[in-house]
Design a protein around this ligand. Structure first.
Ligand code: XIL
Length: 378
């Protein structure tokens, strides 16, 4: 048995040499090829994957995708856990992997209310933190992280999830301590740190009417102030029956004439029962396990597999139709075993939201997605 450290070591040498490890999917069509005339196709990579725990998954990424996003490793708490401590090991490997494979590299994310250490929002023992100090902390974090990868990370989710479903600004610590302009400040700092990087606003439930209005207003405001914003990221944590295809269509119509790129940034379709949260992707909302919430522990029945495939096809047909506005479609994970849905919103379930199964085999949904695009033959 090779131990974990040795395995990581071999894998990282292989990755840094650009060696392709044969994978199960090698004989299958590639998503990046199938949609090359439409949009980029990407995946989120986990920290253990980039550190070498799953070489076959990384090989699959190289074979299938032309853009990557880090699932967690660039989030504040991972990369900057203490005021004077940065942890760039995984991030450096992630960027090297993307470069070796000629991929479009996305940074996720710079300013978010979640996965941000408590010290960021703490003042001196006696006083609460003031606006100026928090702005300085934000600027210096963005300068250190986006600045380190200047010219190498191609686009950044600058602000993540700042708007509530009804369109109100989320009362996050960022908003409470700095004020509503924390969003514009974040975009300005990101632009200063890397003037060539594309800058995005990213959120979930982006089909809800209140949110549509607020996101449009935000983009228009930034543009009217000449603050650079290149794109809006639509996370795409959806289910088998929500949002409806009409609601997905309407997003392209609504955001389509904003003059920014649209991208689906975190696509996954949960097949599990909703514990009562009615969708969304608010990481703070959780539910307890109870009977009936984890029905497919021993495998996904054929009929649900088929429903998932049909739903993916319906969604991709819309993506292809709006490809002129859509820059990229990124899945939130390489395979079902990696998906955050196994632990959110209920811990310890078995979900099947992606195109590759736990053994890295393409699922029926993979074939149905590929078939939405017939390659152009000359
Ligand atoms: C999730 C990760 O997938 C999990 O591993 C982590 O524990 C929590 O965050 N919206 C986002 C992503 O923007 O960063 C979140 O990722 C999922 C919801």
């Amino acid at each position: 048995m090779i131990d974990r450290v040795t395995k990581r070591c071999f894998a990282s040498i292989a990755v840094s040499l650009g060696v392709v490890i044969p994978s199960l999917a090698a004989e299958h069509a590639a998503l990046k090829e199938a949609f090359k005339d439409n949009f980029r196709v990407g995946t989120a990579i986990s920290t253990p994957q980039i550190l070498g725990d799953e070489p076959a998954a990384l090989a699959l990424v190289a074979q299938q995708f032309n853009t990557i996003t880090p699932e967690n490793l660039l989030k504040w708490q991972e990369v900057h856990p203490q005021p004077d401590e940065f942890n760039f090991d995984a991030a450096d490997r992630f960027v090297e992997f993307g470069e070796k494979n000629g991929m479009f590299i996305v940074g996720h994310n710079l300013v978010w209310h979640s996965q941000t250490p408590a010290w960021v929002f703490k003042g001196d023992s006696a006083k609460p933190l003031d606006r100026e100090t928090l702005l300085k902390r934000m600027q210096s974090h963005i300068q250190s992280v986006a600045g380190r990868f200047k010219g190498r990370i191609n686009g950044w989710d600058v602000v993540n999830e700042a708007i509530e479903d009804d369109g109100a600004l989320r009362k996050s610590k960022w908003q409470q301590i700095i004020g509503d302009d924390f969003i514009e400040k974040a975009f300005q700092f990101a632009h200063e740190a890397d003037p060539k990087a594309e800058l995005y606003y990213n959120d979930y439930n982006e089909w809800k009417p209140g949110k549509i209005k607020a996101i449009k207003k935000l983009v228009q405001k930034l543009k009217s102030k000449n603050i650079r914003i290149e794109g809006v990221g639509l996370q795409g944590h959806w289910g088998l029956d929500y949002p409806s295809t009409q609601e997905i269509e309407s997003m392209f119509a609504e955001y389509g004439d904003l003059g920014v790129k649209l991208m689906v940034t975190e696509l996954d379709l949960t097949v599990l029962p909703d514990p009562g949260l009615r969708g969304g992707a608010d990481v703070a909302r959780r539910a307890e396990m109870r009977k009936g919430l984890d029905p497919y522990r021993d495998g996904l029945p054929e009929d649900v597999q088929r429903r998932l495939a049909e739903r993916y096809a319906a969604i991709f047909r819309i993506f292809v139709k709006h490809a002129n506005k859509l820059d990229r479609v990124t899945f939130w994970g390489v395979h079902d075993g990696q998906s955050w849905h196994n632990n959110w919103p209920v811990r310890g379930r078995t979900d099947y939201p992606l195109l590759f199964d736990r053994q890295l085999h393409p699922k029926m949904a993979f074939d149905s997605v590929i078939q939405t695009q017939t390659p152009v033959r000359k």
